[in-house]
Design a protein around this ligand. Structure first.
Ligand code: 0WD
Length: 254
Protein backbone atom coordinates (compact mmCIF):
# COMPACT_ATOMS: atom_id res chain seq x y z
CA UNK A 1 0.00 0.00 0.00
CA UNK A 2 1.36 3.43 -0.96
CA UNK A 3 1.78 6.45 1.25
CA UNK A 4 -1.18 8.16 -0.46
CA UNK A 5 -3.40 5.14 -1.14
CA UNK A 6 -7.03 6.14 -0.58
CA UNK A 7 -6.20 9.85 -0.75
CA UNK A 8 -7.62 12.20 -3.37
CA UNK A 9 -6.67 15.68 -4.37
CA UNK A 10 -6.34 18.35 -7.02
CA UNK A 11 -3.38 19.97 -8.75
CA UNK A 12 -3.52 23.54 -10.16
CA UNK A 13 -0.68 24.76 -12.41
CA UNK A 14 0.17 21.91 -14.76
CA UNK A 15 1.20 23.43 -18.10
CA UNK A 16 3.45 20.77 -19.64
CA UNK A 17 5.86 17.96 -18.73
CA UNK A 18 8.46 20.50 -17.57
CA UNK A 19 6.09 21.99 -14.96
CA UNK A 20 6.92 21.57 -11.30
CA UNK A 21 3.29 20.44 -10.96
CA UNK A 22 4.17 17.47 -13.17
CA UNK A 23 6.99 16.41 -10.83
CA UNK A 24 4.54 16.59 -7.92
CA UNK A 25 1.77 14.76 -9.78
CA UNK A 26 4.02 11.85 -10.71
CA UNK A 27 5.18 11.40 -7.13
CA UNK A 28 1.62 11.57 -5.77
CA UNK A 29 0.32 9.04 -8.29
CA UNK A 30 3.26 6.68 -7.68
CA UNK A 31 2.35 6.81 -3.97
CA UNK A 32 -1.22 5.78 -4.79
CA UNK A 33 -3.16 9.09 -4.79
CA UNK A 34 -6.15 9.72 -7.06
CA UNK A 35 -5.67 13.01 -8.91
CA UNK A 36 -7.74 15.80 -10.43
CA UNK A 37 -6.16 18.52 -12.59
CA UNK A 38 -7.03 21.94 -13.91
CA UNK A 39 -5.64 23.73 -16.95
CA UNK A 40 -5.59 27.45 -17.69
CA UNK A 41 -6.97 27.56 -21.24
CA UNK A 42 -7.72 25.53 -24.39
CA UNK A 43 -4.19 25.94 -25.67
CA UNK A 44 -2.80 24.29 -22.54
CA UNK A 45 -5.56 21.67 -22.44
CA UNK A 46 -3.90 19.92 -25.40
CA UNK A 47 -0.78 19.42 -23.31
CA UNK A 48 -2.40 18.86 -19.92
CA UNK A 49 -5.14 16.36 -20.81
CA UNK A 50 -2.84 13.58 -22.12
CA UNK A 51 -0.48 14.05 -19.17
CA UNK A 52 -3.36 13.94 -16.68
CA UNK A 53 -4.87 10.89 -18.40
CA UNK A 54 -1.54 9.09 -18.25
CA UNK A 55 -1.86 9.31 -14.46
CA UNK A 56 -5.48 8.03 -14.60
CA UNK A 57 -6.97 11.41 -13.63
CA UNK A 58 -10.72 11.24 -13.16
CA UNK A 59 -11.37 14.97 -13.25
CA UNK A 60 -9.73 17.42 -15.70
CA UNK A 61 -11.29 20.89 -15.76
CA UNK A 62 -10.50 24.42 -16.98
CA UNK A 63 -9.70 27.00 -14.32
CA UNK A 64 -8.35 30.51 -14.53
CA UNK A 65 -7.63 31.33 -10.89
CA UNK A 66 -8.71 34.94 -11.49
CA UNK A 67 -12.25 33.66 -12.17
CA UNK A 68 -13.73 32.83 -8.80
CA UNK A 69 -16.94 31.37 -10.27
CA UNK A 70 -14.87 28.94 -12.35
CA UNK A 71 -12.80 28.00 -9.30
CA UNK A 72 -15.96 27.43 -7.24
CA UNK A 73 -17.23 25.24 -10.10
CA UNK A 74 -14.11 23.08 -9.88
CA UNK A 75 -14.63 22.39 -6.17
CA UNK A 76 -18.37 21.82 -6.73
CA UNK A 77 -17.40 19.15 -9.29
CA UNK A 78 -14.99 17.56 -6.80
CA UNK A 79 -17.72 17.50 -4.16
CA UNK A 80 -20.13 15.83 -6.54
CA UNK A 81 -17.64 13.18 -7.69
CA UNK A 82 -15.61 12.53 -4.53
CA UNK A 83 -17.49 14.16 -1.62
CA UNK A 84 -14.33 15.15 0.23
CA UNK A 85 -10.65 15.58 -0.68
CA UNK A 86 -7.31 15.15 1.13
CA UNK A 87 -5.02 17.67 -0.58
CA UNK A 88 -4.67 20.70 -2.83
CA UNK A 89 -1.53 21.63 -4.81
CA UNK A 90 -1.21 25.32 -5.83
CA UNK A 91 1.57 25.67 -8.42
CA UNK A 92 0.37 28.80 -10.20
CA UNK A 93 2.13 32.12 -10.79
CA UNK A 94 2.19 34.89 -13.38
CA UNK A 95 3.70 38.33 -13.96
CA UNK A 96 3.94 40.45 -17.09
CA UNK A 97 7.20 39.80 -18.91
CA UNK A 98 8.10 43.50 -18.95
CA UNK A 99 7.80 43.64 -15.16
CA UNK A 100 10.52 40.96 -14.95
CA UNK A 101 12.85 43.04 -17.12
CA UNK A 102 12.54 46.74 -16.35
CA UNK A 103 13.76 48.31 -13.08
CA UNK A 104 11.44 47.37 -10.20
CA UNK A 105 10.43 51.00 -9.56
CA UNK A 106 8.85 51.06 -13.05
CA UNK A 107 6.31 48.31 -12.18
CA UNK A 108 2.85 49.53 -13.15
CA UNK A 109 -0.08 49.41 -10.71
CA UNK A 110 -1.84 46.99 -13.09
CA UNK A 111 1.25 44.76 -13.35
CA UNK A 112 1.65 44.72 -9.58
CA UNK A 113 -2.01 43.85 -9.02
CA UNK A 114 -1.96 41.15 -11.69
CA UNK A 115 1.11 39.40 -10.26
CA UNK A 116 -0.23 39.57 -6.70
CA UNK A 117 -3.70 38.43 -7.76
CA UNK A 118 -2.64 35.35 -9.76
CA UNK A 119 0.40 34.38 -7.69
CA UNK A 120 -0.69 35.11 -4.11
CA UNK A 121 -4.38 35.96 -3.70
CA UNK A 122 -5.31 32.83 -5.66
CA UNK A 123 -4.09 30.69 -2.74
CA UNK A 124 -6.53 32.50 -0.45
CA UNK A 125 -9.52 32.21 -2.80
CA UNK A 126 -8.60 28.60 -3.63
CA UNK A 127 -8.51 27.70 0.05
CA UNK A 128 -11.87 29.39 0.62
CA UNK A 129 -13.48 27.42 -2.22
CA UNK A 130 -11.79 24.19 -1.05
CA UNK A 131 -12.80 24.45 2.62
CA UNK A 132 -16.20 22.73 2.33
CA UNK A 133 -14.58 19.64 0.76
CA UNK A 134 -11.31 19.48 2.73
CA UNK A 135 -11.20 16.58 5.20
CA UNK A 136 -9.78 16.86 8.69
CA UNK A 137 -6.08 15.99 8.30
CA UNK A 138 -5.92 17.40 4.77
CA UNK A 139 -2.98 19.39 3.42
CA UNK A 140 -2.43 22.35 1.09
CA UNK A 141 0.94 22.99 -0.56
CA UNK A 142 2.03 25.97 -2.68
CA UNK A 143 5.26 26.80 -4.54
CA UNK A 144 7.50 29.73 -3.71
CA UNK A 145 11.02 31.05 -4.37
CA UNK A 146 13.85 32.71 -2.44
CA UNK A 147 13.13 36.02 -4.24
CA UNK A 148 10.46 36.53 -1.54
CA UNK A 149 13.03 37.22 1.17
CA UNK A 150 16.01 38.40 -0.91
CA UNK A 151 16.15 40.83 -3.82
CA UNK A 152 17.02 38.54 -6.71
CA UNK A 153 17.93 40.46 -9.89
CA UNK A 154 14.92 40.73 -12.27
CA UNK A 155 12.60 38.67 -10.07
CA UNK A 156 11.05 42.03 -9.11
CA UNK A 157 7.28 42.02 -8.62
CA UNK A 158 7.24 38.22 -8.49
CA UNK A 159 9.38 38.45 -5.34
CA UNK A 160 6.80 40.74 -3.78
CA UNK A 161 4.05 38.32 -4.81
CA UNK A 162 5.96 35.39 -3.27
CA UNK A 163 6.39 37.35 -0.02
CA UNK A 164 2.60 37.83 0.06
CA UNK A 165 2.13 34.15 -0.77
CA UNK A 166 4.41 32.99 2.06
CA UNK A 167 2.68 35.29 4.52
CA UNK A 168 -0.68 33.96 3.32
CA UNK A 169 0.59 30.43 4.06
CA UNK A 170 1.19 31.41 7.69
CA UNK A 171 -2.18 33.15 8.12
CA UNK A 172 -4.07 30.29 6.47
CA UNK A 173 -2.17 27.76 8.61
CA UNK A 174 -3.09 29.72 11.75
CA UNK A 175 -6.76 29.83 10.75
CA UNK A 176 -7.15 26.26 9.57
CA UNK A 177 -5.08 24.52 12.23
CA UNK A 178 -8.06 23.98 14.49
CA UNK A 179 -9.80 22.13 11.65
CA UNK A 180 -6.75 19.87 11.36
CA UNK A 181 -5.90 21.32 7.93
CA UNK A 182 -2.21 22.08 7.21
CA UNK A 183 -0.83 24.73 4.83
CA UNK A 184 2.82 24.80 3.72
CA UNK A 185 5.04 26.05 0.90
CA UNK A 186 7.95 24.47 -0.91
CA UNK A 187 10.61 27.02 -1.87
CA UNK A 188 12.21 25.48 -4.94
CA UNK A 189 15.57 26.30 -6.45
CA UNK A 190 15.46 27.44 -10.11
CA UNK A 191 14.18 24.85 -12.61
CA UNK A 192 13.81 25.37 -16.38
CA UNK A 193 10.04 25.59 -16.96
CA UNK A 194 7.66 27.65 -19.11
CA UNK A 195 7.15 30.21 -16.31
CA UNK A 196 10.90 30.46 -15.71
CA UNK A 197 11.48 31.31 -19.38
CA UNK A 198 9.84 34.69 -18.66
CA UNK A 199 12.59 35.62 -16.21
CA UNK A 200 15.48 37.53 -17.79
CA UNK A 201 18.92 35.91 -17.69
CA UNK A 202 17.44 32.69 -16.33
CA UNK A 203 20.40 30.66 -17.59
CA UNK A 204 22.72 32.85 -15.55
CA UNK A 205 20.53 32.22 -12.49
CA UNK A 206 20.81 28.48 -13.02
CA UNK A 207 24.60 28.70 -13.16
CA UNK A 208 24.73 30.93 -10.06
CA UNK A 209 22.43 28.54 -8.16
CA UNK A 210 24.55 25.56 -9.13
CA UNK A 211 27.80 27.15 -8.05
CA UNK A 212 26.41 28.58 -4.80
CA UNK A 213 24.58 25.47 -3.60
CA UNK A 214 26.29 23.19 -1.06
CA UNK A 215 25.27 20.21 -3.21
CA UNK A 216 26.91 21.95 -6.23
CA UNK A 217 23.99 21.19 -8.51
CA UNK A 218 20.45 22.23 -9.35
CA UNK A 219 17.33 20.51 -8.04
CA UNK A 220 14.97 18.48 -10.24
CA UNK A 221 11.20 18.49 -10.61
CA UNK A 222 11.25 15.05 -8.97
CA UNK A 223 13.01 16.37 -5.89
CA UNK A 224 10.45 19.15 -5.51
CA UNK A 225 7.80 16.48 -6.10
CA UNK A 226 9.15 14.24 -3.34
CA UNK A 227 9.30 17.08 -0.79
CA UNK A 228 5.76 18.09 -1.74
CA UNK A 229 4.63 14.47 -1.36
CA UNK A 230 6.00 14.49 2.19
CA UNK A 231 4.17 17.72 3.06
CA UNK A 232 0.94 16.44 1.50
CA UNK A 233 1.14 13.10 3.31
CA UNK A 234 0.59 12.06 6.93
CA UNK A 235 4.39 11.94 7.35
CA UNK A 236 4.17 15.72 7.82
CA UNK A 237 1.16 15.59 10.17
CA UNK A 238 2.98 17.87 12.64
CA UNK A 239 4.11 20.44 10.06
CA UNK A 240 2.17 23.59 9.12
CA UNK A 241 2.87 27.23 8.23
CA UNK A 242 6.34 26.23 6.98
CA UNK A 243 8.41 27.41 4.03
CA UNK A 244 10.41 24.28 3.18
CA UNK A 245 13.47 24.92 0.98
CA UNK A 246 14.30 22.40 -1.75
CA UNK A 247 17.21 24.22 -3.34
CA UNK A 248 20.29 22.00 -2.88
CA UNK A 249 21.04 24.16 0.17
CA UNK A 250 21.53 27.44 -1.74
CA UNK A 251 19.62 29.58 0.77
CA UNK A 252 21.76 28.33 3.67
CA UNK A 253 25.13 29.18 2.15
CA UNK A 254 27.00 32.51 2.14
O1 0WD B 1 12.46 27.88 -11.19
C1 0WD B 1 11.25 27.68 -11.16
N1 0WD B 1 10.62 27.19 -12.20
C2 0WD B 1 10.50 27.92 -9.88
C3 0WD B 1 9.12 27.97 -9.88
C4 0WD B 1 11.28 28.12 -8.65
C5 0WD B 1 10.47 28.32 -7.47
C6 0WD B 1 9.11 28.37 -7.54
N2 0WD B 1 8.46 28.21 -8.73
C7 0WD B 1 7.00 28.29 -8.72
C8 0WD B 1 6.37 29.24 -9.70
O2 0WD B 1 6.47 30.58 -9.28
C9 0WD B 1 4.93 28.75 -9.67
O3 0WD B 1 4.28 29.22 -8.51
O4 0WD B 1 6.44 27.05 -9.04
C10 0WD B 1 5.12 27.24 -9.54
C11 0WD B 1 4.98 26.46 -10.83
O5 0WD B 1 5.77 27.08 -11.82
P1 0WD B 1 6.57 26.31 -12.97
O6 0WD B 1 6.33 24.87 -12.89
O7 0WD B 1 7.94 26.85 -12.96
O8 0WD B 1 5.95 26.93 -14.30
P2 0WD B 1 4.85 26.46 -15.37
O9 0WD B 1 5.11 25.09 -15.85
O10 0WD B 1 4.83 27.55 -16.41
O11 0WD B 1 3.52 26.48 -14.55
C12 0WD B 1 2.94 27.66 -14.03
C13 0WD B 1 1.54 27.74 -14.56
C14 0WD B 1 1.26 28.50 -15.84
O12 0WD B 1 1.96 28.23 -16.88
P3 0WD B 1 2.16 29.40 -18.02
O13 0WD B 1 3.58 29.19 -18.34
O14 0WD B 1 1.19 29.03 -19.05
O15 0WD B 1 1.92 30.77 -17.44
O16 0WD B 1 0.69 28.51 -13.79
C15 0WD B 1 -0.53 28.53 -14.52
C16 0WD B 1 -0.23 28.23 -15.94
O17 0WD B 1 -0.62 26.96 -16.29
N3 0WD B 1 -1.21 29.81 -14.49
C17 0WD B 1 -2.50 29.89 -14.19
N4 0WD B 1 -3.38 28.95 -13.80
C18 0WD B 1 -4.64 29.35 -13.57
N5 0WD B 1 -5.02 30.63 -13.66
C19 0WD B 1 -2.82 31.25 -14.31
C20 0WD B 1 -4.16 31.60 -14.04
N6 0WD B 1 -4.59 32.87 -14.14
N7 0WD B 1 -1.73 31.93 -14.72
C21 0WD B 1 -0.73 31.03 -14.82
Amino acid sequence: MGLMTGKRGIIFGLANDKSIAWGIAQQLRAAGADLAFTYLNEQLEKRVRPLAESLDAEIILPCDVQDEAQMQGVFDALKEKWGEIDFVVHAVAFANREDLKQPFSQTSREGFQLALDISAYSLVSMTRCALPVLKEGSSIVTMTYLGSVRSVPQYNVMGVAKAALESSVRYLAAELGEKGIRVNAVSAGPIKTLAASGISNFKEKLRFAEEGAPLKRLVSQDEVGKASLYLLSDLASGVTGEIHYVDAGFSTAA
